[in-house]
Design a protein around this ligand. Structure first.
Ligand code: SF4
Length: 436
């Protein structure tokens, strides 16, 4: 019998891997802190054994990371656009990519995306099992149990670094969902596929029932399991309901079993949730999952802003990161409306990076050093230094260049009445004292 050693096993055995060393250097923390956190499961470094992905640490004490999802739909199977979206996400400094295609040649798209990026790549393997069942028999309710595990194995072989696997959608969670009801239904695509399958076939979720089989595959390829949140609310009215809380308890138990097996985990969270419930959700999730890295999907903090959901999510991301969430999945302006295009991806990544940065300041991961650089550059009217400190230098430059001022020191907002310039002249005049 072959015994597979994972990065978590190494950490437990006192070994500091190259990935751990690199994460410690990037985050400016002690290597031993990273090793202990990986061993304890409070930091995950997604890296499939077949790849050498860019080292990205996700978890307590580290910068909050941002994920960008890409992937075809059944209506738009423009593979070139998906490659473009992946490039845009990378250019705008997403930390990870999730490839979630459901239209076209899924294997070819996934393999190509993995080949063009050094970022850790995630996936949702139940999509592949469901799409194959739909193509063959017209519905996901005819998925073969085995196909769910084959999809995981196939994607692991391709090099997927972290997989969202819906192991916690079990009979208990579905009972809670049915009894409580929902204003906004079920919005997790994977959760919906599995729920429909379980209800039709009247049997337990195989990914829950045979979780050890999932762990065996994860161990062989050393991918990180992103324990998916199939019951997340898709409406503010449904946030933190019994189905979600029931699932969270199960997620905590699955984290324990993964840790015993030496498999790294991340735990996914909501979803649509009002601002006032975020802190409680993060606290309860961290508590029940014993400090596992918390992956917030958005979150969407109001339902009323289609076309601006990237801003809604940025607010949610700031509050979540500030409360202790470790990883944020971006939301684009196209959310709830259409498949995102490249410009949506750019806006989504930048909005989420802003939210994560703001949250990290509250979390104490940084003390606003970049804000200080920006403040000093603004005081000096040093425009190049301002661009350098900006989250998106190109956009800042483009706005100024589109409406240039007469006086190059100022901008066209106040022009000759530039308040900064007037006060600087007075501050810099050595002959003038206060009220002499
Ligand atoms: S012109 Fe007004 S807005 Fe522009 S830099 Fe000066 S004070 Fe700021």
């Amino acid at each position: 019998m072959v015994i597979f050693m994972t990065q978590m096993d190494d950490a437990k055995n006192g070994i500091i891997t190259d990935q751990m060393k690199a994460v410690a250097k990037i985050e400016n923390v002690d290597e031993e802190f990273i090793r202990k956190s990986v061993a304890a499961g409070t930091i995950a470094i997604p890296n499939n054994i077949t790849r050498n992905a860019k080292p990205v640490g996700i978890g307590a004490g580290l910068r909050t990371k941002v994920n960008a999802t890409i992937g075809t739909s059944t209506d738009i199977k423009d593979i070139d656009m998906e490659f473009e979206k992946a490039k845009v996400a990378m250019e705008n400094k997403a930390d990870t990519l999730m490839e979630l295609s459901i239209g076209g040649d899924l294997d070819a798209i996934r393999q190509k995306i993995i080949s063009i990026t050094d970022l850790p790549v995630g996936s949702v393997p139940i999509y592949q099992a469901a799409v194959e069942s739909i193509n063959k028999n017209g519905s996901p309710i005819y998925m073969e149990e085995d196909s769910m595990f084959k999809a995981i194995e196939k994607q692991a072989k391709d090099g997927i670094d972290f997989m969202a696997i819906h192991c916690s959608v079990n009979r208990e969670t579905l009972k809670r969902l049915k009894r409580q009801g929902r204003e906004g239904g079920l919005v997790s695509r994977g959760g919906a596929f599995l729920s429909a399958w379980m209800v039709h076939n009247e049997i337990e979720n195989p990914l829950y029932k045979n979780y050890d089989q999932v762990l065996d595959i994860a161990k062989e390829y050393d991918f990180t399991i992103s324990l998916a949140n199939g019951m997340r609310a898709g409406a503010i009215a449904d946030s933190t309901d019994r189905a979600q809380v029931q699932e969270l308890i199960i997620l905590g138990e699955l984290v324990d079993r993964a840790r015993e097996a030496g498999v790294q985990t991340i735990v996914e969270g909501p979803g649509h949730i009002p601002l006032k419930e975020i802190q409680t959700n993060v606290m309860v999730q961290k508590k029940l999952c014993r400090g596992a890295p918390f992956y917030m999907l958005g979150p969407i903090v109001t339902d009323i802003a289609p076309a601006y959901d990237h801003i809604v999510s940025s607010i949610g991301a700031a509050q979540s990161a500030g409360a202790g969430a470790d990883f944020i999945c971006y939301v684009t302006p196209a959310e709830h409306l259409a498949l995102p295009g490249p410009d949506d991806v750019k806006r989504g990544v930048i909005a989420t990076r802003i939210g994560a940065y703001v949250g990290d300041m509250a979390k104490g991961v940084h003390n606003g050093e970049l804000d200080l650089k920006m403040a000093n550059a603004r005081k000096k009217l040093n425009w190049e230094a301002q661009y350098a400190a900006a989250i998106c230098p190109a956009d800042a430059r483009a706005i100024r260049d589109a409406r240039p001022p007469e006086d190059p020191d100022t901008c066209t907002m106040c022009g000759n009445y530039c308040a900064v310039k007037i006060v600087n002249e007075w501050l810099d005049d050595a002959d003038q004292d206060v009220f002499d």
